[in-house]
Design a protein around this ligand. Sequence first.
Ligand code: CAO
Length: 555
Amino acid sequence: MALVEVQVPDIGDFDEVTVIELMVKVGDAVKAEQSLITVESDKASMEIPSSTAGVVKEMRVALGDKVKQGSVVLVVEAAAAAQATATPAAAASAAAPAATLPAASVAPSAAPAASGPVEVHVPDIGDFKDVVVIEVMVKPGDPIKVEQSLITVESDKASMEIPSSHAGLLKEIKVKVGDKVNIGDLLAILEGTVTAAVQAVAISAPTTVASAPAVAASATASVSAVAPSAPSAPAHTPGASTQGLPHASPSVRKFARELGVPLEEVKGSGIKGRITDSDVQAFTKAVMSGASQTKAQAAKAPAQGSGGGGSELGLIPWPKVDFAKFGPIERKEMGRIKKISGANLLRNAIMIPAVTNFDDADITDLEAFRVSTNKENEKSGIKVTMLAFLIKACVAALKKYPEFNSSLDGDALVYKNYWHIGFAADTPNGLMVPVIRDCDKKGVLQISQEMGELAKKARDGKLGPAEMSGATFTISSLGGIGGKYFTPIINAPEVAILGVCKSTMEPVWDGKAFQPRLMLPLSLTWDHRVIDGAAAARFNALLGQILSDFRRVLL
Ligand code: CAO
């Protein structure tokens, strides 16, 4: 099998274009006409296809390289059928497909000023028919400069901006996004003192025929008053860039359109922020997994703090205040985790009829036991925390009162015969809830160890989704920080959550005298659709008994 060098075909008057995307790699099987790379000038991007089928043996270009007609893009080991019809030389110059939009180069020069309305038409865009308007870059009332891009059009292989041949005030724009346009179609009407440009345009119209010459000199945005005259001119200097239009090759834009991805919301990872296929895929995955939302979804979502309007709930609108009127301000976007947990917390706060019961547990003996255990285990490196004892105590209470370990499913309650306990962890990125699985089967030491590892992972932003799912009950401990009581929000679809604060020495009446006891404040929030107040009071009482005499955990 022969090796064929695939070259950049005739791309008109462009001296050099930049490689902005590699669409194949060594080892890929390519078909004839399959796009290999995308190149870009200052006004157009186009895909360079292969003229021959085969397997890619060697890439000869890299991202950012400048190429021109004749540059070798890659080497293909040609398939037998392709060899019969294409010699390497022919293959090299037959690359451009029929569907490639021509690239236009425009060199304006001053022309006499005209006044009154002037029609701006679609210029000669080669053999292309019915190209789609994908962006309108101007609006009525805009002052337009000569050469300023008015619209972007796209075929399935290339996109291109259509510039204005005249300066003036835009009176009317005659096309909208989605319209199909052809040479000569009316684009816009300018008025005021309109300065015309004598434009020479070189438009390359590569065809599938090998070595097709560039077709030169026809008019760009043609204006009835001015006839194109000058011959082929030097390459156009960059004017207004693609304002607002995301940088992406036509095939990526097509891919995004097929998936319904709003390209303007996708962050590009390619050179100069260019959006690639993988960026579109990653965006789609993030939206599908719920990790992020499109702007349209966010607009429809229920009110989120000051971000939402509240109108969905029939509430008066969220107050809009210009804070800067009252003093200096700084605005910072919230992080991803805060946004996600905020949306969840809001839903849970609104949808769950939640009640919180407060109680205190005497942990004097348990704390003494914890301290002595830690002394004994000093060498092991595992520090036993109060939270690990609380987890074991909660599992015992959950077993006694199984509705606290259930979830609502329509009109049914799902009782879970496993005890996976989530614990709230404060991280630099926001609140996270890692889950310790099968706490009924683990001892306090193992729970302490796993908790330490999961809390570290959470703080380092390394928790995987599996480590944050499947909890049947959650504990939120502010014991290391302070406070007395609080009202934690239930982590749906769980039906209860225990909040604990800092234990303090308090005088407790034993029937004869006040005794100094270490008291732990408990705040149990529960879903009133599933649990009632009496059950909650019993749950807290049992928890208190277990914590005051931990032997009860065995009962
Ligand atoms: N009473 C008194 N002291 C307590 C206590 C309690 N209830 N709980 C913990 N402490 C002590 C510990 O003994 C430790 O003291 P030493 O360093 O002297 O041993 C200190 O407070 C720090 O404990 P810790 O916070 O590191 O460990 P922990 O096991 O209690 O908690 C974790 C681990 C991950 C839950 C915690 O670090 C954390 O992130 N807590 C915040 C949770 C949160 O934000 N909840 C609110 C959710 S609603 O917004």
